[in-house]
Design a protein around this ligand. Sequence first.
Ligand code: IPE
Ligand code: IPE
Ligand code: MG
Length: 263
Amino acid sequence: MSLERLLAVIPAGHSDEALAREVNFDRLPAHIAVIMDGNGRWAAQRHLPRVEGHRAGSDAVRETVETGARLGLDVLTLYAFSIENWKRPVTEVSTLMVLLKRYLRSELETLLKNDIRFRVIGRMDELAPDIQQELHLAIDRTAGNTGMLFNIALNYGGRAEIVDAARRAIASGIKPEALDEEQFAQFLYTAGQPDPDLLIRTSGEMRVSNYLLWQIAYAEIYVTDTLWPDFRRRHMLEALLAYQKRERRYGGITPARAAIGAQ
Ligand code: IPE
Ligand code: IPE
Ligand code: MG
């Protein structure tokens, strides 16, 4: 079913078709998280201002979101703005916010058409009121959708999330001895969502930059040199196919290895 939904947007004979046909839909990651990085370098390579890289990055967001929904993911989480990104020049930050607003306005119809539910993770109350308003509109309008959940991480920090969760846990009055990992996860921004199975980072950086620190405990990490504005369906399918070749162990041993050890 999902293969058909994906093929519906791939022109016949396009090289993405062969990649799509390789996907094992019985082994899809429930949740893909992406660190969208490299916009500034993309712009620098073209002798353009950094903000042009962010502008070009919107196309990559559009294609990634639609591909995720058509694949049939449960959750897709995109890292759009970290708490630490406030350290950037004011003009860059304000352009990022304007682009976000523009994206939300132009893509709301696409989100609705693809049955996508939109959510924000991060300290949303610290964003400018007009941005919050636009975000709430998209959240409310898509709240009844039942397809993929699209989280955007905005003013997000993994450590801040854990601190916020600890505060909520304390405020809830939960008894310390009742607090275990499962309970604690219910106080995170991602309460009720599966942990990311696959973490993709573009632009070649080998770090997690304060992203979903709790949730990525056993995520498979895939780093591509592709810069975010160049990231397309093909790159997402390549990441997915690489993920499907991985052996996940969660600290244990697979039956095949256990058999070798028993000999
Ligand atoms: C990612 O691209 C976008 C945000 C962090 C908002 P960068 O702006 O970090 O691009 P590089 O890393 O400087 O190339
Ligand atoms: C991570 O990228 C944040 C987002 C993608 C929003 P950064 O470019 O901010 O991370 P560092 O500074 O390279 O670690
Ligand atoms: Mg960067």
